[in-house]
Design a protein around this ligand. Structure first.
Ligand code: RIB
Ligand code: CA
Length: 310
């Protein structure tokens, strides 16, 4: 069976790094390119980090593009308190030898998608949705070129992680999220409700370290840095972004429902909230498959096995 062609939009970020490494370690997927966006840190750093991640995996062939440097309307909010000043603190990675591609990520996204068959490409969004929203506004026809958009973002019962109402990726650029959810793309939403069940405990982090490869050692160091800053419960480090790739590799790991999700844009306390119509009160058509449950034991078995291949 031919590998599934995917594009990953990302703001690395330690958890983005693990997601991208999982994808690079999985022959079921063909990465057409990485598009960097401002989010966890500025876009110059997220682009450089994307290059570094490809080099961790020994994949200098992967095309990396620099994208939008700020949200559509809000000023940029970054998260160095979680990811460090570089966005990939913890691993002391050398400057990348690979070079960025010359095209702007949005220009490449449009040209690449418009040159491919309808429903012929999967998009994975690991950061704020600024690149994708900008591309959709410029060329709405890309929507039918995408068979599925898998987004790490939003929250329902887990509440927000930046404000009580909003998750980081949506909070940074709620206007982009609003445009994307209205874009007519089949969308799966991996929210904090699920990623807070996928916790890299001490034992799980040790199992990754004990793989004994250079890539696994780098991941282990990144996780130790991240574990000091991003915690759920006494020993849990939530692996948000890798859940999207794991879903592509094994959809049976996750379960959810198709519901309507709207983005709050004008709330005094709730801007960036993903308003989830679980009880179908609004009459608005379902626009997202929203996940609620995950088999975290099988998730970590998959992640650890694949990281061991790098
Ligand atoms: O809220 C978690 C999300 O925000 C993850 O994608 C993390 O990398 C940050 O971008
Ligand atoms: Ca991210």
């Amino acid at each position: 069976m031919a590998p599934r062609p995917i594009i990953i939009d990302t703001d690395p970020g330690q958890d983005d790094c693990i997601a991208i490494l999982l994808a690079l370690a999985s022959p079921e997927l063909e990465i057409l390119g990485l598009t960097a966006v401002a989010g966890n840190v500025g876009v110059d750093l997220t682009a450089a980090n994307a290059l570094k991640i490809c080099e961790i995996a020994g994949r200098p062939d992967i095309k990396v593009f620099r994208g939008c440097d700020r949200p559509l309307e809000k000023p940029l909010t970054i998260a160095p308190e979680i990811h460090g000043k570089s966005g990939l603190d913890g691993a002391d990675l050398p400057p990348p030898r690979m070079a960025l591609q010359r095209d702007h990520a949005v220009d490449w996204l449009i040209a690449m998608l418009m040159g491919r068959p309808d429903r012929g490409t999967t998009l994975v969004a690991l950061g704020p949705l600024t690149n994708l929203a900008t591309a959709l506004c410029r060329e709405p026809r890309i929507a039918r070129k995408i068979d599925e958009l898998v987004v790490m973002g939003g929250a329902s019962r887990a509440l927000g992680n930046v404000t009580p109402a909003a998750e980081f990726n949506i909070h940074v650029d709620p206007h982009a999220a609003d445009i994307v959810l209205a874009g007519g793309i089949p969308t799966a939403l991996m929210t904090l409700d699920v990623t807070h069940q996928v916790l890299a405990t001490r034992a799980r982090r040790d199992r990754i370290r004990d793989l004994g490869t250079p890539a696994a050692a780098t991941v282990a160091r990144l996780l130790e840095f991240y574990a000091k800053r991003e915690r759920v419960g006494p020993d849990g480090v939530p692996l948000h972004d890798p859940c999207t790739i794991a879903y592509l590799l094994d959809p049976t790991l996750f379960s959810g429902e198709r519901i309507n999700v709207a983005i709050e844009l004008a709330g005094t306390h709730t801007t960036g909230m993903t308003v989830m119509d679980w009880r179908r009160r609004t009459g608005r058509a379902p626009n997202c498959l929203v996940f609620r449950e995950v088999d975290h034991e099988r998730f970590f078995a998959l992640l650890t096995e694949r990281l061991g291949r790098l």
